[in-house]
Ligand binder design. Sequence first.
Ligand code: X90
Length: 297
Amino acid sequence: MNYKIIADSSSNIRRFEFPYECTTVPLKISTDEKEFTDNDALEIENMLVYLEGYSGKSTTSCPNVSDYITAFGDAENVFCITITSGLSGSYNSASAAKSEYESMHPKRHVYVIDSLSTGPEMKLIVEKLRELISEGLSFDEICCAIEEYQKNTALIFSLESLKNLANNGRVSHMTAKLAGALGIRIVGKASDVGTLETLSKSRGEKKAIEDIIKNMLLRGYNGGKVRIDHCLNPVAASVLKEKLLAKFEDADIVIGNTYGLCSFYAERGGLMIGYEANIPATEEETEAEITEEVTEE
Ligand code: X90
């Protein structure tokens, strides 16, 4: 059977890093003067330097229906994973593309996955899809298995600035102000409904990394895969990796970069971590405790 995996570019997947077939569909970042397409050719540092010096309005846009249909190409079976529908229209575009594609080609199938997350958590899902395909499972079996897998993956992040998120209505200006002072990091997670939820306001990188690990452990991290994507912050990414390896020496942990879309929102210094965990059923209670504990200083 012929399968194709497609992810939007918020997944931080670049063809030159992933040796296997995964087609990415770019989101775009734009100002009144320029437009950046989040593809292999985009130079991230140049884009950030330009944006940091630009005082006008900057925004992003998701792929449209025909971008997705073009990406489906002539594949018989497509798995298409998007950034959370809670923050972007990418999932809606992909779903509309699926309907159109399946009605044009009645024997073909598209399964659209709402990651309820983005970046490195999407990478984990793409890697899992790849594995399931190579095990020879049927299309329907893969759909069920990936839905199960998603229940035990999570995303946590640490951001120095929430300016672009607030300016584009993805968090409130009040939340963005929490980051305010120099050296403060906002540690947060992708919520169950795929929105951004703050967990703590951490003073300094060292504290932010401690808070990340603490929250990962409370959420059931137990040595599973971790994908750390950083926005021009390789030092923090490797400190985090080493600290996790000190607790779980066999853990499969890979450091990568945020590309266009995630770099725009995570901004310089940002860290995004996708990980496998045994997420507890009593999650809500556990998290109320975490918030209190971590924010006290
Ligand atoms: O459709 C569009 O224009 C894209 C909008 C994307 C908005 C948010 C992207 C956030 C990326 C920030 C930290 C992770 C937050 C994850 C919450 C689910 C990076």
